[in-house]
Each structure stands twice: as C-alpha cells, then as structure tokens.
Design a protein around this ligand. Sequence first.
Ligand SMILES: Cc1cc2nc3c(=O)[nH]c(=O)nc-3n(C[C@H](O)[C@H](O)[C@H](O)COP(=O)(O)O)c2cc1C
Length: 258
Amino acid sequence: MQTAHLIYFSPTGTTRKVAEAIAQGLGAGKVIHYDVTLPGSKFETVLTDGVAIIGIPVYAGRLPELCRQRLQAITATHIPAVLVALYGNREFDDALVELRALSVANGFHVVAAGAFIGEHSFSTPTQPIAAGRPDAEDLKRAVQFGKQVATKLVGGTVDTPDMEGHVPYKDRPKLGGKAPETDDEQCILCGKCAEVCPSGSIAVDLSVTTNTENCIMCCACVKECEVQARHFSHPSIEEKRAILHKNCCKPKTPAIFI
Ligand SMILES: Cc1cc2nc3c(=O)[nH]c(=O)nc-3n(C[C@H](O)[C@H](O)[C@H](O)COP(=O)(O)O)c2cc1C
C-alpha cells in the first residue's frame, strides 16, 4: 500500500484516533495528515495518488457545516477514499451519505465507509455519554477495517458500497447563541481554549470572551482546559445531556460498509 492521506476534522480528537487506526490497518508506507480542524487549515490540494481516509464527526446527524467548508479545499483525481463518521453513540443518521456526496463531488472514488463511536462532546464525568470511546475494541475494529480495505483494493473490486442514511438529509439545526462559558475564578488565562477552537470564537486577554454566534459547540475548549474552568451549562444543553446520558447508554458497535 502506498501513501495514505489522512483528512479529518476532529475538535476533540476521537475521529482522528479512528482514522489513524484505519491507516495502520491499511499498511500504508507513508501517512500524510491533513488536519482541517482549526481556522487557517486550508490545504488547497489536489491528490493524485494513494488512498484517502476522510474522517468527520457527526453533528445532528449531519456533516458539520464548518467541516464541509474546510473539506472543499481538498480534491482528488479519482483516488480511492475510505469514509469515517464518528458519532457519540446516538445515531449517525445521514452523515455518511452526505460525506459520500461531498467526496464524490470533490473527485474521490469511495470504496468503503465506517461509522465508529467516540465520546460525545457533551459527555461530562458526572453524566458520561460513550466516555472513553473509541476504546481498545473500537480501535482493533478500525485496524481490521483498514486491512479489509487493503484486501479490497488489491482484489481489484473497487465498487462503492451502499451505506446507511437518507436523502434529503435531516435538517441542520441553526447554531448560535449557545457556547461554553469560563469560570473566572478557576481560569488561569493560559489561552489553550482559544488555541483549540475550530471556529476561532474565543479571545483571551484579561479575561476570556466567547463569540456565541460562531461557536459550533464541539466542546474542545471544555475538554482541553487543564483547570476545568470551561463548562457548557446552557439549560438546553443540560437538558440534551441528561437525555443522551439516559437514552444512549447502551454501547453501540461500529458499522462497516465495504
Ligand atoms: C453540535 C453537536 C451535535 C452532535 N450530534 C450528534 C448526533 O447527531 N449523533 C451522535 O451520536 N453524536 C452527536 N454528537 C457527538 C459527536 O458526534 C462526537 O462527540 C464527535 O464525533 C466527537 O468527534 P471529535 O472527537 O473528532 O471531535 C454531536 C456533537 C455536537 C457538538
């Protein structure tokens, strides 16, 4: 196997972990990362050889809009692509078929897809939702999936498999007006929250300010804060978190389409 192009948007790192495990299974001689998570990560690249692994997190059963915009910069001349949707143990709904449509439009030839499970962005220590996922078993499955793809590619059968999901896609709820907040008593103004924010919505000066209109609610700032000064406690999120914690506690298993 030649080069694996690892293309991903992964604010809290779980999509990236699964994509890396798939690349490991593929046995690629060389792995090139295209991390489109942060502002300014515009690659403007045309891929002409190797295999692409394209990983996205599922937001409201869809491909997050910001992620869709950033993926537009990476196109291909019909190289094989493996799609990965990483979801928080609720459902992945239409995210994979939406990613498939985008990837095909960008010039990729989709040969396989997988929906894997990762810790939900809204998970907290007291109300865990898929906490600790992807776990060792998930990553083993991802490596095995990579091996299956390698076998498919050498076997010469490179059809695009059917996958779960519907067109038209689910409606995307409007973002804006909600964002994690900073506890000024706890905050040490280290700036880590601003560094990891995919939408560049956080500014750190003598205090932390958050632009709630641009926040995509990924919770990277909450999970990266070393002194636990960031919290997402908006009443509608508290309500959603409680529902997910209650209804999505039975661990799901990865779904593979090859
Ligand atoms: C705004 C938002 C919407 C989400 N919607 C879903 C969903 O519809 N289904 C689901 O299972 N998980 C959902 N999640 C959880 C994410 O899919 C999960 O936390 C994410 O894949 C983590 O990816 P990352 O670690 O690569 O950032 C949502 C998370 C956010 C922030």
